[in-house]
Design a protein around this ligand. Structure first.
Ligand code: PLP
Length: 365
């Protein structure tokens, strides 16, 4: 979806039909699960207010209390899961006031919850470390806190039990099966509501689709898998964000001319150089190499030389029809962010969340 707009700024077009489509894919893969749509980090850079208005799900998941506050401030009434939990008694009270559900991932958080006086009850998810070794209680601690919190008046029953998959993006790694098994061996787990799967779990590991699933990246039309053949297309996901920027200058260089900072690219033939008005100050990765694809008027052309803060350069020689003001696509429709991520030696998660506030989001509904 190319939008011709009458300005010379980069924009991120956010396609809400694609967002709804991707939610339908989640439902297709996890038909019996309720859905926490993960909208942390400004809905992975897509604009959390607008995204949450479009997604009709049972709940939204964020990382931090601050993000929950923002959603409530914007008038959103859907249940919110704070996946990182909170770290003070005051913040527990705020979370209750905001009608949020809390993850408890340390014993300190659990103790705090036990001691606090609350007038209203709260829904709690006990986070278990089943193999990622990042956040979560041990299996033994989880068993203890299941019985202890079950007796706590201001904690609603049933309790939630939640774990996060470390390697689900690798379909050959058996850790995912182990993680599921470990969760189910916890005494008392059979009395709990369970949530395991992220996007990679949902698409690749049916057994991770428990009572609730937590899709993030797939909602935005990006494949969670590390395997280049498992692209968004394989799962019929549609990219939600198309990042585009205008062609702001065209000039002609001779063989031997060096382009941009450091002159890292030297033309090997007469070259039409196009300058695109987007750079690392907008979130386009600085360290992509020469040859990284850019789309202009539907043609794939190579980026050449170093990415600057406000612009980057491309070899336009094969697109003689290109004119100043034409829009280039950096990723999105017909140019998966996964492909640019590979060129940048990162993952597409980082690209979309890294689009800076200088880039206007244009929401297409
Ligand atoms: C971010 C996050 C998710 C979503 O992961 P995706 O790979 O984007 O689907 C799910 N659960 C937790 C705990 C997370 O932090």
């Amino acid at each position: 979806m190319i939008h011709t707009i009458n300005n010379f700024n980069p924009i991120a077009i956010i396609n809400h039909a694609a967002l709804r489509h991707n939610l339908d894919i989640v439902k297709k893969f996890a038909p019996n699960s309720r859905i926490w749509a993960v909208v942390k980090a400004n809905a992975y850079g897509h604009g959390v207010e607008e995204v949450t208005r479009t997604l009709a799900t049972e709940g939204f998941a964020v990382a931090r209390l601050e993000e929950a506050k923002n959603l409530r401030r914007a008038g959103n009434l859907t249940p919110i899961l704070i996946m990182g939990g909170v770290y003070s008694a005051n913040d527990i009270i705020t979370a209750v006031d905001l009608n949020c559900e809390l993850v408890i991932h340390t014993q300190e958080q659990a103790q705090m919850l036990l001691r606090i006086n609350l007038t209203r009850s709260i829904k709690i998810w006990i986070k278990v470390n089943t193999g990622m070794n990042r956040l979560g209680l041990t299996l033994e601690q989880a068993a203890y806190w299941i019985t202890t919190l079950a007796k706590c008046q201001h904690v609603q029953s049933p309790l939630g039990l939640i774990t996060h998959l470390a390697n689900a993006d690798d379909l050959a790694d058996n850790l995912t099966n182990l993680q599921c098994q470990r969760l189910r061996t916890i005494p008392g787990s059979e009395t709990c509501i369970i949530s395991i799967g992220n996007s990679a779990g949902i698409l690749g590991w049916q057994q991770t689709n428990a009572d609730w699933v937590r899709p993030g990246i797939m909602l935005y039309g990006i494949s969670p898998f590390n395997d280049a053949s498992a692209t968004n297309k394989k799962y019929s996901l549609k990219p939600v964000m198309t990042l585009q920027a205008p062609l702001i200058a065209i000039h002609h260089c001779q063989s031997g001319d060096a382009i941009g900072y450091g002159g890292s690219y030297v033309c090997s033939r007469p070259t039409t150089v196009g300058v695109i008005g987007i750079g690392y100050g907008d979130g386009y990765p600085r360290h992509v190499p020469t040859g990284t694809p850019v789309l202009i008027n539907g043609e794939r052309i190579p980026l050449i030389g170093r990415v600057s803060m406000d612009m980057l350069t491309v070899d336009l020689t094969n697109v003689p029809t290109a004119r100043i003001g034409d829009q280039a696509v950096l990723w999105g429709d017909n140019l998966p962010a996964e492909e640019i991520a590979t060129a940048a030696n990162t993952i597409a998660y980082q690209l979309v969340t890294g689009v800076t506030s200088r880039v206007q989001r244009l929401h297409v509904r």
